[in-house]
Ligand binder design. Sequence first.
Ligand code: LLP
Length: 413
Amino acid sequence: MNHFESRRGALWCEGVPLSRIAQAVGTPAYVYSSATLERHYAVLSQAFHGIDHHLCYSVKACSTLAVLKLFARQGAWFDIVSGGELERVSRAGADPARVVFAGVGKTRDEMALALRRGIALFNVESAEELQALDEVARRLKRKAPFALRVNPEVDARTHRYIATGLKTSKFGVPLKEARSLYAHSRTLRGLTAVGIDSHIGSQLTDERPMREAVTAVAAMYRDLRAAGFPLRYLDVGGGLGITYRAERPPSVERYAQVVSAPLRGLGATLLVEPGRMLVGNAAVLLTRVLYRKRTPAKRFVVVDAAMNDLMRPALYEAYHGIEAVAPRAGARQKVDVAGPVCESADVLGKDRLLPPLEQGDLVVVRTAGAYAMSMASNYNSRPRAPEVLVRGSKFRVVRQRETVNDLMRGETT
Ligand code: LLP
């Protein structure tokens, strides 16, 4: 469910026609619906009603301050992977005591920052990282609360770039090694084991691997508690898939059942780290047609948004819906919608049946809330697009368009 709907032949976001936003801020631009963001959070939160849990919004999906603030107001916790994300969350007004910190390569500086701010826990991914965290904590005369991220070695059946629970994956520690690491951690005075964590991948549509992973982790939680570790949190990561095209992920209610059932009787606080599911279809990338061109093999529509604004099609061959904002009458044509970047991979949509498009027409690329702006780059020296947040019949620019001067800041000749 989202709040981008057609009214009188044109696409609106909540109570605002997209054409008005394009006129005001130019294109390309990302447009977010606050009603959609809030609805997704409420629906997910409702699905976990009655279960001791926290929703830790996965900041990497969309780290825009206004979006973080919106979730902080709903009571969210946050899942971060860098000192930069910690600064963002703090600046958005969130309490660092509601932050969990994951990632295979946390630096000692990042650990120290997070310890001083008093985050809830570190999700530790290797023996050497555990050692480093202990050293940093002792130097600061603190105890670092940690969970080990374990790799339950299940195939999440998703794109190979976003599966993280395979035997060959760089993430987490194997279950067996985790046992000895927890035991070893008892000798490290800078650490307190407070939980166990796993995350098997993203854009998951199959509930079986989710269940397998949580079951394995819950069994280990029980054993560790029995061995006297004062664990409290069981973190199941994020990963619930969404519909870009025809995918049929489990409903949020089903998802909540699947990940919480193995916890029955454990007395654990469940941590869930949703990213894509909260923000994915809460935004579109609004772009304008620059040119049409025809080759003997294909018809192209060249738009002013590109792979630097939405990397997913180029990186994962991901599908994103594409629509004309005000469709013209006439026969639909099969076109490739391409950006201006000098790479053959810079095609936002291949072989799309679209109504006739002319220079200057507005087009949206759907489902551009997750891993869109947060993965944007300046490739080809293209300033990053602005972000607009709509609420009812009002909208505001929550991140300005970058300028070419911004791009050269810090450079010398
Ligand atoms: N927790 C951890 C430890 C993660 O690594 C991730 C995502 C999440 C939570 C959030 O997962 P989500 O609920 O959003 O699926 N750039 C890729 C996705 C990379 C996901 C990385 N980790 C894409 O555009 O599909």
